[in-house]
Design a protein around this ligand. Structure first.
Ligand SMILES: C[S@@+](CC[C@H](N)C(=O)[O-])C[C@H]1O[C@@H](n2cnc3c(N)ncnc32)[C@H](O)[C@@H]1O
Length: 340
């Protein structure tokens, strides 16, 4: 790992990941023939964007320019605005700044805020789209400033192709006055990436449901939930009429009728979980899948290759996405569907 952050080269892709996962991201990019280079903590660049989005990347941008931070903030903002206007001369822009999610990176929050405002002031106001959630439908270009120790890197990506619309892929789900569990936030973040969500009257099976963060979020959406877990659910859920708690192992459970959604957050070995999910796919027991795969193992990528194969080839799951989301720790989230 280089001591200082190295500047990314224009034309290459800049990726950021969870701290400590750089080797896994690097390996994925190398396996995809994308010639990666480690730039510093949580930052990796690559020659090209792989066809399959890297699992361990929170977000990725095509680098427009890198600037050393030894110039005045005004000079820096001027140069960034000029390069942005040159690279994206028309259309809506969503301008964001992110910090590498490391102790050294997170100390730069004030600098990043000031720089973002200074660049924003130098771009035509009528091109700046404030409602980030509209970026895809507005065919906007996402322009991100990565404010790292000693260097500011600027890159862009069409919003429709972006891995995340949150700055640096840090999709925070916490709402004020709300204290969901981390598990619940993982589910909320996974659902943000889907074109639709489980709704009123739909049947969801939640494997590994206890203590019930996911089940609670699904019930709040109006769904009926079959929560499968030998462990106990939170008392308020156990009393919920739209929740049925099946207190047995997910490996022995079989649904009485097909479900709309299969959720799985079981703390169990990844390949065995993948085989269980493949069984659900083969037997047509659910239409949509959202699963969190635990990876407390050193060689994560080889296991993920096998998980992907089991789910798609043995299970027939389609449209598979596999990502380490912001709220995921040593785990990744998979979404897929069958025969839509
Ligand atoms: C990370 S917790 C799930 C948290 C849950 N999604 C929530 O939001 O509260 C993992 C759960 O997997 C369950 N589990 C482990 N092996 C299981 C099995 N064979 N069948 C069903 N559940 C299992 C554990 O009992 C544990 O409650």
């Amino acid at each position: 790992m280089p001591e200082d952050t190295l500047p990314a080269q224009p034309g290459r892709w800049l990726w950021t990941c969870r701290a400590g996962f750089e080797p896994h991201l690097f390996e994925e990019l190398a396996w995809a023939g994308a010639s990666p280079r480690m730039l510093g903590e949580v930052l990796v660049e690559s020659e090209k964007r792989p066809t399959e989005p890297p699992v361990f990347a929170r977000t990725g941008i095509r680098v427009l320019a890198s600037f050393p931070t030894d110039q005045t903030p005004e000079q820096l903002a001027e140069a960034i605005a000029a390069r942005t206007a040159e690279a994206a001369p028309a259309g809506s822009l969503v301008l964001q700044a992110f910090l590498p999610d490391s102790p050294a990176g997170n100390r730069l929050a004030d600098e990043a805020d000031a720089l973002l405002e200074a660049v924003r002031a130098r771009l035509p106001a009528d091109r700046l789209l404030e409602e980030t959630w509209r970026a895809r439908e507005a065919s906007a270009t996402l322009v991100e400033l990565c404010v790292a120790p000693g260097v500011v890197m600027v890159g862009s990506v069409p919003a429709r192709e972006a891995l995340s619309l949150a700055p640096g892929g840090r999709q925070r789900m916490r709402r004020s006055g709300d204290s969901p569990s981390r598990a619940a936030m993982k589910l909320e973040e996974a659902l943000v990436s889907l074109p639709f969500e489980p709704g009123r009257g739909e049947v969801c099976v939640d494997l590994g449901a206890a203590p019930g963060g996911w089940t609670q979020r699904l019930v709040a959406r109006g769904a009926r939930v079959i929560a499968v877990d030998p462990a106990k659910l939170m008392p308020e859920l156990a009393r919920q009429p739209r929740v049925e708690h099946v207190q047995e192992s997910a490996f022995s459970y079989a649904p009485e009728e097909p479900a709309d959604w299969l959720f799985c957050d079981m703390a169990w070995r990844p390949l065995e979980v993948a085989q269980l999910l493949a069984k659900w796919g083969r037997r047509g027991w659910a239409t949509h899948l959202v699963a969190n795969i635990k990876l407390p193992i050193k060689d994560k990528n080889p296991i993920l290759v096998r998980v992907r194969h089991i789910l798609t080839q043995d299970g027939g799951w389609q449209g598979l996405t596999m990502r380490q989301l912001y709220h995921d720790r040593d785990e990744v989230t998979v979404t897929a569907h069958r025969g839509l």
